[in-house]
Design a binder for this molecule. Structure first.
Ligand code: FMN
Length: 226
């Protein structure tokens, strides 16, 4: 598949057929994905391929409280889990309120395979570590690998979705999967054959988020350089 076409149409897949994902497929996918960049090329990532159904189901259940809080904050008009604006939502009440928006996580055991991608923080140059805001740079040493594997999955007829809802339950995941103390979870990626393929993604146009010379500069338009 053409690279630009793949970039424009790789959607978030949350419904899968029962078709299996083989180790050969996963190996080919990860063999392409491993060419992702990381800071200083330190390559601190690790991928756990969760083949065990009960483990997948347990991982899905660990996402529950976070997904319920996410739904409550979104319903209250907030940006969920904002590091800038504190939430006014009652956490305990949200945890106790069931939502059926996220069937994928309730049935994660049924998904053909789940990848848990972590990064060894001892290997990452987190250049924003001393700034007075949430860290961003650390993730840049692992999310290119995550996105690369989803792009590579396209070439195998597979699809998946980047999810982070399990991250607040990192201690439980550490115990479940035996993650070393210095590893932080970047994403949980369910993978399989998609039930349907979306080709039209909703994204902001370039002119909405790209400006020239300054943040408040003119929007970048084709041919505007004279
Ligand atoms: C950092 C990140 C975290 C995400 N976390 C979740 C998640 O926890 N659960 C989920 O269902 N989707 C999650 N997503 C998927 C987004 O909802 C999805 O990329 C977005 O809605 C665009 O969907 P589309 O590509 O199908 O248009 C996440 C995506 C990113 C990039």
């Amino acid at each position: 598949m053409d690279l630009l076409e793949a970039m424009r149409t790789t959607f978030s897949c949350r419904e899968f057929t029962d078709d299996p994902v083989t180790d050969d497929q996963l190996h080919r996918i990860l063999d392409a994905a491993r060419f992702a960049p990381s800071g200083g090329n330190r390559q601190g990532g690790h991928v756990v391929v969760v083949r065990d159904r009960d483990t997948r189901q347990a991982l899905g259940e660990m996402c529950g409280p976070t997904l319920r809080l996410y739904a409550a904050q979104a319903a209250a008009g907030e940006t969920p889990f904002s590091s800038v604006h504190p939430s006014a939502v009652d956490v305990e009440e949200a945890f106790a309120t069931p939502v059926d928006l996220f069937p994928l996580f309730d049935h994660l055991g049924d998904v053909p395979v789940v990848l848990v991608v972590s990064v060894d923080l001892a290997e990452v140059a987190s250049m924003d570590v001393d700034l007075d805001r949430v860290g961003l740079v650390t993730g840049a040493s692992i999310y290119p690998l995550v996105w690369n594997l989803l792009l590579a999955a396209r070439s195998e007829g597979l699809a998946g979705v980047v999810t982070t809802a399990v991250v607040p339950a990192e201690d439980g995941v550490r115990a479940l999967l035996g993650l070393p103390e210095t590893h932080a979870i970047a994403a949980l990626v369910p993978l399989g054959v998609p039930v349907r393929r979306l080709t039209k993604l909703t994204r902001r146009p370039v002119e909405d988020f790209v400006t020239v010379d300054r943040f408040d500069g003119e929007p970048l338009r084709p041919g505007s350089d004279g």
